[in-house]
Ligand binder design. Structure first.
Ligand code: ZN
Length: 318
């Protein structure tokens, strides 16, 4: 091959790679900074107040995925675990505020997906979602709520958290963490069509600038979402750049929704971050440790991991 051909090849390959490394969605975003506030001295103080949320956990679908994705099998604590597939759920957590309306954490699956109509998912992504077993669509969940949907709180925007979007009424505020739509990769080329379908007609996502939130205890950045201490948004970057966790004061005590900073109860108990599904392991581990500190700060805390519906056991002594 002469020099000229080599150069031409290099240009072509670079162009293909540049085209290939794209974001998974071009859906618009807009930033939202929290209003400045005085940091509570402790989590116990942060959760004091007259308002308690009603919490309704829902299994929207069941799925089977590789354990190597859910838990970092390279960690010494996980070495003895089998390299098999594990049953998980796609949950929707409904939070009802007495005056601000109904909110959901993540979206489960849509009625269209549950009906076998595809739910906006295109090939080759549909080969993955075809193995899901839908149980309760978001449409069914919303139909039984006493108040209309006031907002969707996304732990992050991975596919298994946005599949219910077709059932979200248009115009509903969609909240994410900062930079959540920015990761680029070659695989995103295959996700783009599906994400365009799922977000079609929806508002731009509102990126909560959690970095401007307050420090409470070992948690670096938290925002008082309603301003009455009933729901805290916690920065938990690592699984994705804008991953969020949520801490709610409910009628049944404080509840932490860890999102995919920890997929499973085993991962929570042993403080092992997710495996191949996670973007930045060191950052994910640090976020997980911040969330674990809440169990000490809030006795009686109920912990929900990203893909199991039963509360997680206490963190093992280390
Ligand atoms: Zn997930």
């Amino acid at each position: 091959m002469d020099m000229k051909t080599t150069n031409r090849l290099t240009v072509v390959v670079s162009a293909v790679l540049a085209l290939g490394a794209c974001t998974f969605t071009t859906h618009p975003t807009r930033p939202e900074r929290p209003t400045a506030m005085k940091a509570p001295v402790s989590w116990a103080e942060a959760l004091q107040g007259p308002v308690a949320l009603e919490w309704e956990p829902v299994v929207s679908a069941r799925w089977k995925v590789e354990r190597a994705g859910l838990v970092n099998l390279e960690r010494p604590e996980a070495k003895a675990l089998p390299r098999d597939e594990v049953d998980i759920v796609l949950p929707i957590h409904v939070l009802r505020h007495p005056t601000r309306g109904t909110f959901i954490i993540d979206t489960g699956v849509s009625q269209s997906l549950a009906d076998g109509q595809g739910g906006g998912v295109t090939w080759p992504v549909s080969t993955f979602t075809a193995t899901m077993k839908p149980e309760t669509s978001l449409e069914a969940v919303l139909a039984r709520q006493p108040a209309p949907l006031s907002g969707v709180l996304f732990t992050h925007l991975h596919l298994d958290h946005v599949l219910g979007l077709p059932d979200v009424p248009k115009g509903t505020p969609l909240y994410t963490g900062p930079g959540e739509t920015t990761p680029t990769s070659f695989q995103n080329l295959f996700l783009r069509g599906t994400y365009a379908n799922l977000f079609a007609g929806q508002q731009p996502t509102t990126e909560l600038d959690v970095s401007a939130g307050v420090r409470i205890g070992e948690v670096e950045h938290a925002i008082d979402f309603f301003g009455d201490g009933s729901l805290w948004v916690i920065a938990a970057p690592g699984h994705t750049p804008g991953s969020l966790a949520f801490l709610a004061r409910t009628a049944n005590g404080p509840v932490l929704f860890a999102g995919d900073t920890c997929h499973t109860r085993w991962g929570w108990e042993h403080q092992v971050e997710p495996g191949t599904f996670t973007g930045d392991h060191a950052q994910n581990r640090a976020s997980l440790a911040q969330l674990a500190s809440l169990t000490k700060a809030l006795p009686g805390l109920t912990v929900l991991t990203g893909h199991e519906i039963e509360p997680a056991p206490a963190v093992a002594e280390r």
